[in-house]
Design a protein around this ligand. Structure first.
Ligand code: PMP
Length: 370
């Protein structure tokens, strides 16, 4: 932002935020809700009409029987993860996290005093989590595994058999599967198989989703949890003391948005698929860059090891700094996610116009060639 203020033409692959606005009717619903007086506090676990709409939406999508009291609306998916970890983890409990993964999970696990164990995702397996690797990390102290699919930052998804095997393992060994499925509509190959479709979800799954990505509503701060009703009712204590309630008029609008369905999202998914194909092929055209094609989300995680070596750069952090300073291109260092798997890697968000993808990658290519 500082460089932009100075007049530098910056291309940003940085922030994980859709570049589209919420559908116009959803914005109109929020205005109407404010005019209708939805400006006060609401229930800590969310407005009943939205909890019901979320249950209906999931039931229709996956053929389930989720009840409204098995749903909690939260102030963003981040708050959903935070209050879940706060409710479920004690100091000394072990939590298994993917490496690489969204940094929130490690931060909150550390904050509550839990011990983190990382399961490495391998490019050779298209960054899909391997059941055998998880199994090896499970101990008598394991209290939770976090999975996120499609994944930030690698864009990997999970196959049905792996989701089922993992939930089954959690059921046998009595730990929780915190499943962050916030990118479930950004799937470019095949379809999304949810942890809520497994037999034992009520016993072990803490399902997280939200409106930020699919609806382009990052600033509205609306997320949700689905889990067993005893746990959901306990979350109200934390929610109440932390943020009182999610934003009231936003919830009324979100409920109507869910009722309207997602027909409007289809062209957006096609557009994001084109961007995925474009950034993948453009990155591959840079000498020395290796990259796995993401199956979902809007991130790609290329390996710049050879570039780093050839250019005599110290590491991915220095590489990211130099691309910004010398070429006005924003990328994130892979080690922000948050451990070793990101060494020599960069994360690109491709929630970016095709012209800017062309322009940004062309600049990196020129820098590599210089
Ligand atoms: N989970 C993942 C995997 C994310 O990438 C993000 C946003 N970057 C979030 C959760 C946060 O979502 P929200 O805006 O609903 O808090």
């Amino acid at each position: 932002m500082e460089l932009r203020r100075k007049g530098v033409d910056v291309v940003s692959f940085g922030i994980g935020q859709p570049d589209f606005q919420p559908p116009p009717n959803v914005i109109a619903y929020a205005k109407e809700a404010m005019d209708a007086g939805y400006n006060g506090y609401g229930p800590s676990l969310g407005m009943p009409e939205l909890r019901e709409c979320i249950a209906d939406f999931l039931n229709e999508k996956y053929g389930l029987d989720v009840k409204p009291d098995e749903v909690a609306v939260t102030a963003g998916a981040k708050a959903a993860v935070f209050i879940g970890m706060l409710a479920l983890l004690e100091p000394g409990d072990e939590v298994i996290l993917p490496d690489p993964s969204y940094p929130l999970y490690e931060s909150v696990a550390n904050f509550v005093g839990a011990k983190t164990r990382f399961v490495r995702l391998h490019s050779g397996n298209n960054y899909k989590i391997r059941f055998e690797d998880v199994e090896k990390l499970v101990s008598s102290k394991t209290r939770m595994i976090v999975i996120n699919y499609p994944e930030n930052p690698v864009g990997s998804t999970m196959d049905r058999k792996d989701v089922e095997a993992l939930v089954e393992l959690a059921y046998e060994k009595r730990f929780v599967v915190l499943s962050d499925e916030i990118y479930d509509h950004f799937v470019y190959e095949g379809s999304h198989y949810s942890t809520l479709q497994t037999d034992h979800w009520r016993e072990v799954v803490y399902y997280v989703n939200g409106f930020s990505k699919t609806f382009g509503m990052t600033g509205w701060r609306l997320g949700y949890v689905v889990s067993n009703r005893e746990l959901i009712s306990k979350l109200s204590v934390i929610a109440n003391n932390m943020y009182s309630c999610p934003v009231t008029f936003a919830q009324i609008a979100a409920a109507k948005a869910l009722r309207d369905g997602l027909e409007w999202f289809k062209p957006i998914l096609d557009q994001y698929r084109r961007r995925r194909d474009l950034i993948y092929s453009r990155l591959l055209s840079i000498r020395g860059v290796k990259v796995i094609k993401p199956e979902g989300a809007f991130y790609i995680f290329p390996d710049f090891s050879e570039v780093i070596r050839a250019k005599g750069v110290k590491n991915e952090r220095e590489l990211a700094d130099r691309l910004l300073e010398e070429k006005g291109v924003v990328v994130l260092p892979g080690t922000a996610f948050p451990k070793e798997a990101g060494v020599n890697h960069l994360r690109f968000s491709f929630a970016v116009r095709e012209e800017d993808i062309e322009k940004g990658i062309e600049r990196i290519k020129a820098w590599v060639a210089e």
